[in-house]
Ligand binder design. Structure first.
Ligand code: SF4
Ligand code: SF4
Ligand code: SF4
Ligand code: FES
Length: 891
């Protein structure tokens, strides 16, 4: 219902659910506040927002007072002004006057409001309260004396982050804010409390007393640490990023960040950064100029191409590069080397997931948007710790839970969401398909499926057959769950109006990933709502630009726009644009390239941002392969184990040092802007590729800037055709976004395609897969335990390992296991063990955690001192394989 009211003589008509504060802000009337924050519940504690309301005797708090029809408000009368002065005087009784040494100075609501509304004098000459304080965390600083007890930090930690790491203790003037029992802060380090503290009571220790806020320039950019693509603000001075702040109400994250986004920025300024090209002279890598390095590359690759052909050159590139860079990398190979040997470490994931999505739904990405997770009503998370893989997607799910969503996790370990999720089914790896088929059986048996609405779907009979003959009790007991878990999850999932599915690496790259993805699509199809608002399937990989890898054609079998190598149509457009005849046969994937190099069948490698010596399964095989190639070029930010064996090392810029676009998990193409110059002589990867191409005499690789590269991408990838830097300057665009969209609807606020399947699954794709198998993960008596390899909240990939701040939180790998598992192995908490798989072994310390299912172990993948990749590799395991059978031996 809309209501009319008058504020300071101005009439306004607003939604009746608003408070006076919001109505006043709509009129541009500023009412000072401390405890109010738009993301948080109302508190009405600070009394800074007092206003006069006609007919009400006492002054009222504008942040809690609901608007009513006919209300007359005055926000700046002498009475209101006096009340504000008195409140400020009250706050300053104890608040220390130490702005000169406070990190919040220049960005402090108390300072600003005191200047604007305070009297400049005090009637209180008593000694100020001085509270004893101590360091509560390595990265978050607390100053009790500056706290004005607005509880914003406490509320945001509880209401938004769902962690409840902060609380208020004691009473009156002795009230303090802090962790439980004043112990060390045990939390997710999202930085939300720093963001919302209106004064300098909670600040970042990472840059304590190092700069003034007004001395810094600010650049909005995209976080480099996962595929959500959060918007953040780099604060920089003298060409150095000094801190990150939140971009209030901007981007897919609306300002929120996770620990990696908030504290991980210092990796870029790590003193170990490569600063100059290096060329091998005998056993040594020596500094060289760019001219010398490019000449050497031109000679090296040129010679190999001439003597062994372009197919003898292979390239593997990191998925953290920008779209422009990924595009140019594959273009050098296809046009310059006439080779399709290009891949990324996420190639296996793309080769598994995309063909299924394409075949079943006709899409090349998640069909729905991340924002829909905010109001999903039922959510199934399979093999995915979303709060770690994509923390801000996890934050959206937490918001949905607060609104009453039923969330079920199928995962062999409890996650940060488990505390809040309705149901966490501790399901052993390999049993996911069984569980999903059980759910479909319940839906069909209980008549919950609207079969009439699905009458045009093919394969219903086969689906019934595939789930019909099973014994639910036996199946539940085989999967180690209860029948009730299956039936309740099924009922909730189909009865909710908006049901979605998220699956992660652990499930998709586990023993029966293909069947699982197909079964999940069947499950969603049974609801009859797949693809509609709130009814999506989200493949979640944390790798930053894995969607860009697909779109830019960094694949041995696919060109930009996921055009199949050797097909007609799209290939012609590319050949015309590139003025080249493209190789017709698919190339080798990364695994095949290294294997071929080891056998002397590949003579040169160009590795960009990847460190296979550490991250690929068989270190010995990789080292032999690298030693055997005639020419190895590594383009990197750091002198990694792989770079150390290169013939030429090219120093590259990190994301804050360049302009470029990234495509997020929900197809959002976003522009990340440069905040500082590259370290030393580093260059952005796009420019290096351009220079390499030009130095080798490859036509069509000369670009003035990365914007020009995106223009070319838009001309060859139809679903990017309306996207350019001008359009991306202020916000991301979700593809498909065509030239016609840019001309016709962009000006009306259209920011791309939120749903790839707006009217559900296209007719031609309406078909159930009716998966026959049941899954399971073969037991091997020699390797009886299941090892999960994954990310940590504080780290993703290897780049965060260069962040001093994040390493202060978690700086080494630990093997976690259930206490019962430890007891069975006669191992104690803290002891050191050997983890042995068919592929190799690593030594590591143990930590007990009963969050894990007995028999299941977890190891993070980030730390080079515990190279978990050595454990993989046998039984066809690929680069990203997240699950492997192992045994644990005592030292
Ligand atoms: S950093 Fe985040 S999780 Fe930690 S106390 Fe602050 S709001 Fe809570
Ligand atoms: S620490 Fe900051 S946000 Fe928390 S109660 Fe004190 S002033 Fe408010
Ligand atoms: S959720 Fe991902 S993109 Fe967002 S801040 Fe965290 S790591 Fe960065
Ligand atoms: S802002 Fe209204 S009472 Fe604090």
């Amino acid at each position: 219902m809309m209501v009319r009211l008058v504020i300071d003589g101005k009439q306004i008509k607003v939604d009746g659910h608003l408070h006076v504060l919001a109505a006043a802000r709509k009129l541009g009337i500023h009412i000072p506040t401390f405890c109010h924050h738009p993301m948080l519940s109302e508190l009405g504690a600070c009394r800074m927002c007092l206003v006069e309301v006609e007919g009400m005797g006492k002054l009222q708090t504008a942040c809690t007072l609901a608007v009513l029809d006919g209300m007359e408000i005055r926000t700046n009368t002498p009475r209101v002004q006096k009340a504000r002065r008195m409140m400020l005087e009250f706050f300053l009784i104890n608040h220390p006057l130490e702005c000169t040494v406070c990190d919040a100075s220049g960005d402090c609501a108390l300072q600003d409001i005191s200047f604007k509304f305070g009297s400049g004098e005090t009637r209180f000459g008593e000694k100020k309260r001085i509270l004893r304080d101590h360091i509560i965390s390595p990265l978050i600083d607390r100053n009790l004396n500056r706290c004005i007890q607005c509880k914003r930090c406490v509320r945001i930690c509880d209401e938004i982050q769902g962690v409840t790491a902060l609380g208020m203790s004691y009473r009156g003037a002795q009230t303090i804010v802090g962790p439980f029992m004043e112990k060390s802060l045990d939390c997710e380090y999202c930085g939300h409390c720093i963001w919302v503290c209106p004064v300098g009571a909670i600040t970042s220790r990472a840059m304590k007393e190092r700069f003034r806020t007004w001395e810094m320039d600010k650049t909005e950019a995209i976080c480099p640490y996962c595929s959500v693509g959060c918007t953040l603000v780099y604060n920089h001075r003298n060409n150095k990023v000094l801190k990150v702040t939140n971009a209030e109400n901007r981007g897919v994250n609306y300002g929120s960040l996770c620990s990696r986004g908030y504290f991980g920025y210092d990796a870029i300024n790590n003193p170990e950064r490569l600063r100059s090209p290096l060329i091998r002279k005998g056993d040594e890598l020596v500094e060289a100029s760019w001219e010398e390095a490019l000449e050497e590359i031109s000679r090296g690759f040129g010679e190999v191409k001439k003597t062994s052909g372009g197919n003898s050159i292979g390239g593997v590139v990191s998925d953290r590069l920008t779209n422009e860079e990924l595009y140019l990398f594959q273009k050098i190979f296809r046009v310059g080397f006439e080779s399709n040997n290009v891949d990324t470490p996420t190639g296996n994931w793309n080769r598994l997931v995309l063909p299924i999505l394409e075949k079943r739904l006709g899409v090349l990405a998640a069909p729905n948007s991340l924002d829909e997770l905010n109001y999903v009503e039922s959510l199934l998370l399979v093999g995915c710790d979303i709060t770690v893989e994509s923390p801000i997607a996890g934050l959206k799910i937490k918001a949905a839970i607060r609104k009453g969503a039923s969330v079920t996790e199928l995962i062999p370990r409890r996650t940060a969401l488990s505390r809040l999720a309705g149901r966490t089914v501790l399901l052993d790896v390999g049993n996911e398909v069984t569980f999903i088929k059980g759910m479909m059986r319940v839906m069909l048996d209980e008549g919950l499926v609207d079969e009439e609405a699905l009458s045009d779907y093919k394969g219903m009979k086969a689906l019934r057959g595939s789930v019909g003959g099973l014994d639910l009790e036996k199946m539940a007991s085989d999967a180690g769950v209860s029948v009730n878990d299956i039936t309740q999850t099924a009922r909730e999932f189909i009865s909710a109006g908006k049901s979605s599915v998220i699956f992660g690496e652990e499930a998709a790259l586990g023993p029966n990933g293909g069947d699982l993805i197909n079964a999940l699509i069947d499950l969603l199809m049974l609801t009859g709502r797949l693809g509609k608002e709130g009814c999506g399937i989200y493949p979640v990989l944390s790798n930053t630009n894995f969607q860009g890898v697909v779109d830019m054609g960094v694949s041995p079998g696919h060109l930009p726009g996921w055009v199949q190598v050797g097909s007609s149509g799209g290939v012609k457009t590319l050949e015309k644009t590139w003025d080249a005849v493209l190789p017709k046969k698919p190339g080798m994937n990364a695994n095949e390239m290294f294997a071929a190099a080891g056998k002397g069948k590949l003579s040169a490698l160009y590795l960009v941002g990847v460190n296979p010596v550490v991250t690929f399964p068989d270190r010995q095989m990789i080292e032999e392969a690298l030693a055997r190639v005639k020419f190895l070029v590594v383009q990197e930010l750091f002198l990694t184990e792989t770079a150390s064996s290169a013939h030429v090392v090219l120093p590259a810029c990190g994301l804050p040092e360049k302009d470029g676009t990234l495509t997020s998990i929900d197809r959002r193409v976003q522009l990340s802007k440069k905040a500082q110059d590259g370290a030393g002589k580093t260059m952005p990867d796009w420019r290096i590729f351009s220079e390499v191409g030009v130095s080798m005499g490859v036509e069509g690789l000369k670009y003035v800037n990365s914007a020009e590269v995106l223009d070319e991408i838009s001309s060859v990838v139809p679903y990017y055709s309306g996207i350019n830097y001008r359009i991306l300057a202020d916000h991301g665009i979700q593809w498909p976004f065509t030239r016609q969209d840019a001309q016709e609807v962009y000006s009306e606020g259209y920011l791309g395609t939120r749903h790839l399947l707006p009217d559900s699954v296209p007719d031609v794709k309406r078909s159930f897969a009716a998966v026959e198998g049941w899954g399971g993960f073969a037991r091997d008596p020699d390797y009886p335990l299941t090892l999960l390899v994954g990310n940590l909240l504080m780290h993703s990939g290897s780049f965060t390992g260069y962040s001093e701040s994040l390493n202060q939180l978690v700086g080494r790998a630990v093997l976690t296991m259930n206490e019962a598992t430890g007891a069975g192995l006669d191992i104690e908490d803290g002891s050191r063990v050997k983890v042995v798989s068919p592929g190799g072994e690593v030594a590591v310390g143990v930590k007990f955690s009963n969050d894990l299912l007995p028999g299941v172990l977890f190891l993070p993948r980030h730390f080079s001192d515990v190279p978990v990749s050595r454990l993989m590799g046998e039984n066809g395991a690929g680069l990203e394989t997240a699950v492997v059978r192992v045994r644990v031996e005592k030292f």
